[in-house]
Ligand binder design. Structure first.
Ligand code: ZN
Ligand code: MN
Length: 488
């Protein structure tokens, strides 16, 4: 059966570390990069008898996530023990939430610009939203490292607040899964909930995927994929796994429910464990923790709901008259958006021009230096000053880029002063007029042709003037002046 005839169903479970100073159930610090096993105490080591204490900030941030994603927040939420043999959690249960999570329902919008670039022209369902089942709060486990002859374990990560977001099985393509993760990541960063860096393990994703022929009503056999370490790996893994499942069905082989892992190096999925290993976690309420009443927390967090990327993009379109595409690029990165707004406000040029500069010239420099816009050496006002020089006709766009290069290295300097130093002649300079007259005097036959109707030849004269001025002249001024002299 052709691939595209199979119905693909994908659901994602995302674990996200919440930005907090201290751990979920104890006062240990959550800082990164410390010596192994330095941020530990009896509670996060799971020693018998140690008592957990709830982290207020983690609960607030989870509720805020729920508000960002249009979830319902039930009045009562409680804590349960998820029992299992955890090699990296000595108490052998994880404190999690079972039947009364902090947030229920909600959705993640699939932002157009967050689809893979090569797929944006063929988006099947523009404006689609993916339903969320729930968001609950739990604790992270310790980190095991397997060496050739031993395994070592670092408990600094154990007990870090971890939020789990479970989607409904409503994703239909690897590209939708890609877009879902990008958008979720942006919204969590925008809300200050997490840095959500997948490579740093702050955002982790388990993928459930099944395929079925259109004649079949019920969902196909579910395969879980683990070990995803980037959003593009999720897309690659899904393409491979969907192909594999379709091949099996085409060959009349039965699929069995199982967990597979993605090997990104080899580009294949590998069998991990079958359904016979399915776990019964024997959830029961944690006797050490009282349930939480969320009403007051929701009221307290509501004022902290930030402008979401899609609302920001809509505002940029209206307030600054930039294109939807530009608005999306700017709004998807909080610090770039702030930079753009600051620059647009202090520039007299059309915001569209400022947006171009931010998206192209600035962004390129930031990417090369691996900086965010808030870390840009060139302040928004200086970029605005540079754009204003182009707008005033003092320098050309290319000359302005040279000014920007100087600013990037010496950000304290003034764009107009740099223009002067580089010898870019301002529009009122007599030097350029002198060159123009010189070129006109040297080309009497061209003048006759232009006056006779061959206006394109003006470009030849502009080129000559630019050459003689060694690129210092402003092309717009040269064009205006030549046209005035020859055509009026
Ligand atoms: Zn601790
Ligand atoms: Mn979990």
């Amino acid at each position: 059966m052709p691939r595209e005839d199979y119905i693909v169903t994908i659901g994602l479970e995302v674990h996200c570390q919440i930005n907090t100073e201290s751990k979920m159930f104890c006062g240990c610090r959550t800082s990164f990069g410390e010596d192994p096993n330095s941020n530990i105490c009896p509670t996060c080591l799971g020693l018998p008898g140690a008592l957990p204490v709830l982290n207020k900030k983690a609960i607030e941030q989870t509720v805020l996530s729920g508000l960002l994603l249009d979830c319902k927040t039930p009045e009562i939420s409680k804590w349960d023990r998820k029992n299992y043999f955890y090699p990296d959690m000595p108490k052998n249960y994880q404190i999690s939430q079972f039947d009364l999570p902090l947030c229920i329902g909600g959705s993640v919008p699939l932002y157009h610009h967050n689809y893979p670039k090569d797929y944006q022209k063929s988006i099947a369902n523009p404006g689609k939203k993916i339903g969320l089942t729930r968001i609950h709060l739990e604790e992270d486990v310790a980190k095991s490292t397997h060496l050739p002859n031993a395994s070592v374990i670092d408990f600094n990560r154990a007990g870090t607040p971890l939020m789990e977001l479970v989607s409904e099985p409503e994703l239909e393509t690897p590209e939708e899964a890609f877009c879902y993760l990008k958008t979720l990541q942006q919204i969590l960063i925008c809300g200050g909930i997490s840095d959500a860096d997948m490579e740093k393990g702050q955002l982790r994703c388990d993928v459930n995927v099944s395929v079925r022929p259109p004649s079949q009503k019920e969902l196909g056999v579910k395969i879980e994929l683990k070990n995803m370490n980037s959003i593009s790996a999720v897309r690659r893994a899904l393409h491979h796994e969907i192909q594999r499942q379709c091949d099996e069905l085409d060959a009349n082989n039965e699929l069995t429910q199982a967990t597979w892992r993605w090997n990104d190096g080899l580009g294949v999925t590998e069998f991990m464990r079958g359904k016979e290993d399915a776990h019964d976690y024997r959830y029961f309420p944690d006797p050490d923790l009282l349930p939480v009443r969320s009403g007051k927390i929701v009221d307290r967090m509501r004022p902290h709901v930030p402008e979401l990327p899609h609302d920001k993009a809509a505002r940029f379109e209206t307030d600054y008259q930039v294109t939807l595409y530009d608005a999306n690029v700017l709004a998807s990165d909080q610090s770039l958006a702030n930079y753009f707004e600051a620059a647009a406000k202090s520039s007299s040029a059309k915001p569209k021009k400022t947006a171009n500069w931010v998206i192209n010239t600035l962004n390129q420099h930031l990417n090369e230096a691996n900086l965010s816009a808030s870390e840009s050496p060139v302040a928004p006002e200086k970029l605005a000053g540079t754009v204003d020089l182009v707008e005033a006709g003092t320098v050309s766009n290319n000359q302005a880029k040279e000014i920007f290069e100087v600013l990037w290295k010496s950000p304290a300097r003034d764009p107009a002063e740099i223009a002067k130093e580089l010898g870019f002649e301002p529009a009122d300079s007599g030097a350029i007029e002198a060159i123009i007259d010189e070129i006109l005097a040297a080309n009497p036959e061209k003048i006759v042709e232009i006056k006779g109707g061959n206006e394109k030849l003006i470009n030849f004269l502009i080129g000559q003037v630019m050459k003689v001025s060694q690129g210092k002249a402003n092309p717009k001024q040269v064009t205006d002046s030549l046209r005035a002299k020859l055509l009026s």
